[in-house]
Ligand binder design. Structure first.
Ligand code: ZN
Length: 337
């Protein structure tokens, strides 16, 4: 494997068991449910267990100040508990152990901690887990559809890479174009497609396919310094929707909705990618996201203006498209509201 922040991996059914006795003095960052599910497996006696209530920088800095002398911080849970552990590890210079209890978001494979600074997302620091613990039985305590949601940021390679190629063809790529990176991204998809049933069933093999997909993506994106192969028009539509509706979504679900619509705008193998999302059981339909038809249509009609107003959003098929009401209604026709 090339450059990744994952150098030490502890994988298996019950691979978490007993870890707390091997890492010296440690603290835990977690939330109520993952902690109840994992504390007996972890073992040992944490110096302190911090329930993560906020990702605001000021709240996290108070938390850092309250950390007792210890050798390690163990982050157990979803994105926030793990990002909080990454933040503490970075600030205190102590060993980081990450234990995802769900793989709906990729916080457990990215080096920077996603925090909030005055309510805006900011990525800070750099950390490497020692080890990253993938405990299949712990992951299976999460709702299976949320682990399936982890595939969203892998499937977005389908539309994201298309947009990068498109931008390059128009002389609009913000980064030096890399056909090698695009090909390597598509290889991730080729490895994922035969495992859709396993992912749907949350088997060991299926869960590991998502984890490996993320790790491989990092070997491409960290050296490049950007995530252009997997972030394009499908994400930009989601950003518009998030701003419009002012509430959070399950990331993989809303990215799936973006893939559904933007692959049509791109003329990019819509039937194939829709079939993939259906077979794996990704919940991308607006009914699952609580999005009304009129809001989605308004978002589609506005997305071109939206990206034009955000200079940091990359060039994509959206820039050159005229999205009409007629097109929007047709593209949405197969969606359930
Ligand atoms: Zn994403």
């Amino acid at each position: 494997m090339g450059q990744t922040n994952i150098t030490d991996l502890r994988v298996g059914r019950d691979s978490l068991n007993g870890l707390g006795k091997e890492i010296g003095k440690f603290i835990v960052t977690t939330m109520e449910i993952p902690w109840q599910l994992s504390k007996d497996k972890l073992g040992g006696n944490p110096e302190n267990v911090f329930m993560i209530e906020s990702m605001e920088e000021s709240w996290l800095n108070d938390l850092v100040a309250a950390v007792p002398a210890c050798d390690a911080v163990v982050g157990i849970g979803g994105g926030q508990a793990i990002d909080a552990a990454k933040y503490i590890s970075w600030k205190k210079g102590i060993r980081l152990v990450t234990v995802p209890s769900i793989i709906s978001v990729d916080a457990f494979v990215t080096p920077a901690a996603g925090i909030r600074r005055n309510h805006e997302v900011a990525y800070v620091g750099s950390s490497t887990p020692n080890p990253l613990v993938i405990d299949f039985n712990l992951l299976r305590t999460a709702p299976p559809e949320l682990n399936i949601a982890g595939i969203g940021d892998l499937l977005s390679i389908h539309t994201g890479s298309f947009d990068w190629e498109y931008a390059e063809s128009r002389g609009q790529s913000e980064y030096p174009f890399s056909a090698t990176d695009v090909a390597a991204g598509r290889k991730i998809l080729e490895k994922i497609y035969p495992k859709l049933n396993a992912i749907r069933e949350n088997t060991d093999e299926g869960l590991m396919a998502i984890v490996e997909g993320y790790m491989t993506m990092n070997t491409i994106c960290l050296p490049a310094g950007h995530y252009r192969i997997e972030e394009g028009s499908e994400h930009f539509l989601f950003y518009e929707l998030e701003e419009r509706l002012a509430r959070p979504f399950v990331h993989g679900y809303i990215v799936g909705l973006g893939i559904y619509l933007m692959s049509q705008l791109q003329g990019n193998q819509f039937d194939m990618i829709k079939n993939v999302m259906d077979r794996v059981g990704l919940k991308y339909h607006p009914v699952d996201l609580g999005i009304r038809k009129e809001d989605l249509l308004a978002s589609l009609l506005n997305v071109k203006n939206y990206v034009a107003s955000k200079p940091h959003l990359w060039f994509s098929v959206i820039n050159d498209s005229e999205i009409t009401e007629e097109w929007g209604l047709k593209a949405m026709a197969g969606l359930r509201f």
